[in-house]
Write a protein that binds this ligand. Structure first.
Ligand code: FAD
Ligand code: UDP
Length: 375
């Protein structure tokens, strides 16, 4: 006689998708086990404390959403501060505000009114549209059509080609449509209604979500797949979808990031959490100064040390950390094939950035995990 599995759900991956789902299933009285192959819980939002600073170990994470339900949900587990992302771009030693707004236009051309800025951008847009003659076919054409040549060359081209390791003319247009263009003096990187960082770091959020849920770290699903599968009625899988299906159609590709962390004996290194290096002669894409996510004004000086991370974008190799799905034609086609296999596997829920092979922000990941039926 077959024995009853010990758990209703085995949740593979303790990132925001796995943790949100586990919370809901636990609340619904389901027996859950969350496993993660890393040494810690939290996936890519994991923070590590050093010198009294919460270091975003897998890159800067700023929570932003206009979804009230998601915002209220995450605020149940951690108080969020008033951090507003306002990155600065450094191009050959000159600084420009991001996203592209009246401050940027002033720094770029010395113009002080929206009409003057629009006149310059429109002239450059006309030049770009004249060359392409219609709908932008790639990121380069899209960027030129949005903001013209000056901004493209100083603030977009070098950064984007470093980040993706491909020419802008071979990248999809949608990547750049994430960035707002504003005719007001407003450096807020996001258009969303709600934005912030959990006070005390993201681990608080993850700990709150996983309270009462059984978890195991250093536990790779693929190392003893049959045993894990036998333990639960259903599986929620948040790892790489191609790996789940044994790379049947080939490997999906990702961009990876190498973080070079440094502790400095100065209270304030760059005066901002995020500084992007947009020229191609600087090898890293950006420098994150972690204390600015949670320290504001004079609080910055309460700590005589600071921690920075330089981000080097790299091609992903099997066994490395997959970060950004690459949405070019080959990978999109392959991902679609894997999604069809997933649709034919009803005993497994595939969710999150890696299992859906989707360039997801945190809030939509939480939304998705809140919407899945629990049975
Ligand atoms: P993950 O957090 O990646 O979690 C997946 C987990 O599954 C991992 O812990 C992994 O170890 C585990 N796992 C995988 N395979 C296995 C296996 N075989 N066995 C066991 N465990 C396994 N979003 C924002 O909203 N704002 C931002 O500012 C922002 N900045 C970002 C910066 C960077 C550099 C990156 C890469 C992403 C950023 N994001 C940001 C996106 C955000 O990180 C994701 O949307 C979110 O973390 C995805 O959660 P997830 O649970 O899907 O995946
Ligand atoms: N981008 C750019 N210059 C910048 C910042 C961003 O050209 O200084 C472009 C780049 O193509 C990048 C895209 O905008 O891939 C999205 O940037 P975002 O910061 O939203 O990406 P993230 O790394 O946070 O996912």
């Amino acid at each position: 006689m077959k024995t009853k599995p010990a758990y209703d759900y085995l949740i593979v991956g303790s990132g925001l998708f796995g943790a949100t789902f586990a919370h809901r299933a636990h609340q619904a009285g389901k027996r859950c086990l969350v496993i993660d192959k890393r040494q810690h819980l939290g996936g890519n939002v994991y923070c590590e404390e050093a010198e009294g600073i919460n270091v975003h170990k897998y890159g800067a994470h700023i929570f932003h959403t206009s979804d009230r339900e998601v915002w209220d949900f995450v605020n149940r587990f951690a108080e969020f501060n008033r951090y507003t992302n306002a990155p600065v771009a450094n191009y050959k030693g000159r600084l420009y505000n991001l996203p592209f707004n009246m401050n940027t236009f002033y720094q770029m051309w010395g113009v002080s009114t929206p009409v003057e800025a629009q006149r310059i951008i429109e002239a450059q847009q006309q030049e770009a549209i004249g060359k392409t003659g219609g709908e932008p076919r790639n990121l380069e054409e899209q960027a030129l059509a949005l903001v013209g040549r000056d901004i493209y060359e100083r603030l977009i081209k070098g950064y984007t080609e470093k980040q993706w390791g491909r020419p802008c003319s071979e990248l999809p247009a949608f990547i750049i449509r994430r960035l707002p263009v504003r005719w007001v003096f407003d450096n807020n990187y996001f258009n969303d209604t709600y934005q912030g960082i959990p006070c005390g770091g993201y681990n608080r959020l993850i700990e709150g979500l996983l309270k009462g849920v059984e978890t195991r770290t250093d536990a790779d699903f693929f190392q003893q797949r049959a045993e894990w599968e036998a333990m639960a009625r259903k599986i929620v899988f948040t790892g790489q979808i191609d790996e789940y299906f044994g790379y049947r159609y080939g490997h999906l590709e990702y961009r990876s990031v190498r973080f070079e962390q440094e502790t400095l004996d100065t209270p304030n290194y760059q005066g901002n959490a995020v500084v992007n290096y947009t020229a191609d002669d600087v090898p890293y894409t950006r420098i994150i100064e972690h204390k600015h996510f949670e320290a504001f004004g004079s609080q910055v000086y309460d700590n005589p040390h600071t921690i920075i991370s330089r981000e080097y974008s790299e091609e992903w190799q099997p066994g490395g950390e997959p970060y950004y799905p690459i949405n070019d034609e080959r990978n999109n086609r392959l991902a679609e094939q894997y999604r069809r296999l997933a649709d034919d596997t009803p005993s497994v829920v595939f969710g999150g950035r890696l299992a859906e092979y989707k360039y997801y922000d945190m809030a939509p990941v939480v939304r998705k995990a809140l919407d899945i039926a629990i049975n």
